[in-house]
Design a protein around this ligand. Structure first.
Ligand code: NAX
Length: 328
């Protein structure tokens, strides 16, 4: 059996946490031969609820669960963490301006970035799930001078999985037939789910569907607005599917992507594909031995160019806003 690794999870008593922790402890994230120690962070008023979750985790008697700690201090919860899933964030409330939302989340992600920089493993892999995920990741990495910016990702995997599922339904093929999906840009309604490079049983997805009207007017909005549709139906935001996507993202990062396929991850842009450098941007990637490589050299047509530019513009505006707030 391998040495246990430390997995820090913030917002651990929340909805996503409730789906996420059990799957991490079962081995779904890092493999069935990898013991884990869970280091759970919550705000002080939620520590009691978190104790209930800890009791349930213990009651599962997971063979891979080598320890659990809880804290309301990021300097404790992130100590020596090999993986950190930053789920806890402040949701947008009615009447809240975007600058208020960014400012409130800055109050969370700035100290968390600092704490990761100070106490986490030097090789920590950080995934930001809490919204606005891309800009929260930018805030965290900007306050973590002792870590590399590329150690911070934001999650677009839920959008990626939603896009695969919608395309599978449209084409009548199993999800396993679909490869090379990409979510470009922000985890928001400006995201660009790309069918020009996706494949269904090896055939180009856009050409196979042969219905640009459906692509533009149905597929893209359905994927981009799926979160709102789930809130409308369930009365609560997506949680199990979000937790599943976080597991998928970390699993790909730790264990790699399969030959002949890629996935979508958001991380600091190096300027590729005309995206301003430093924005935390969703890109197609392959992963080998823990090394994330952007898929480069893809043809970007006029339609895609406009979509990529629009989502980059939104992220640039978010960056300006958090700059003005002194968060980055
Ligand atoms: P919940 O409100 O159920 O849980 C959030 C938890 O975070 C709460 O228990 C709260 O006490 C805790 N928390 C707040 N501030 C904290 C801090 N400073 N340190 C530690 N914990 C803190 O929300 P949930 O449904 O679990 O969603 C969590 C976040 O994920 C939200 O920001 C949500 O918008 C975001 N999502 C992101 C998705 C993505 O694809 N990137 C999709 C799903 C989800 O909407």
């Amino acid at each position: 059996m391998k040495t246990p690794v430390r997995v820090a999870v913030t917002g651990a008593a929340g909805q996503i946490g409730y789906s996420l922790l059990f799957r991490i402890a079962s081995g779904a994230m890092l493999g069935e031969d990898q013991p884990v120690i869970l280091q759970l962070l919550e705000i002080t008023p939620a520590l009691k609820a978190l104790q209930g979750v800890v009791m349930e985790l213990k009651d599962c008697a997971f063979p891979l669960l080598a320890g659990i700690t809880t804290s309301d201090d990021p300097m404790v919860a992130f100590k020596d963490a090999d993986y950190a899933l930053l789920v806890g964030a402040l949701p947008r409330k009615a009447g809240m301006e975007r600058s208020d939302l960014l400012s409130a989340n800055g109050g969370i992600f700035k100290p968390q970035g600092h704490a990761l920089s100070e106490v986490a493993s030097r090789n920590v892999k950080v995934l930001v799930v809490g919204n606005p995920a891309n800009t929260n990741a930018l805030i965290a990495l900007s306050n973590a001078p002792k870590l590399k910016p590329a150690q911070f990702h934001a999650m677009v995997r839920l959008d990626h999985n939603r896009a695969i599922s919608q395309l599978a339904e449209k084409t009548g093929k199993p999800v396993t037939a679909i490869k090379k999906m990409t979510i470009w840009g922000n985890h928001s309604t400006t995201q660009f789910p790309d069918l020009y490079h996706a494949e269904v049983e090896g055939k180009n997805a856009h050409a196979l569907v042969n219905d640009h009207e459906w692509y533009e007017k149905t597929f893209i909005p359905t994927v981009a607005k799926r979160g709102a549709a789930i809130i409308e139906a369930r009365g609560l935001s997506s949680a199990a599917s979000a937790a599943n996507a976080a597991i998928d993202h970390m699993r790909s990062w730790a264990l790699g992507t399969p030959e002949g396929d890629w996935t979508s991850m958001a991380f600091p842009s190096d300027g590729s594909y005309g995206v301003p450098e430093g924005l935390v941007f969703g890109y197609p990637v392959t992963v080998r031995n823990g090394q994330v490589e952007m898929v480069k050299g893809l043809d970007i047509n006029e339609f895609s160019r406009a979509k990529i530019d629009a989502t980059a513009k939104e992220l640039e505006e978010e960056r300006q806003a958090v700059r003005q707030l002194g968060l980055v």
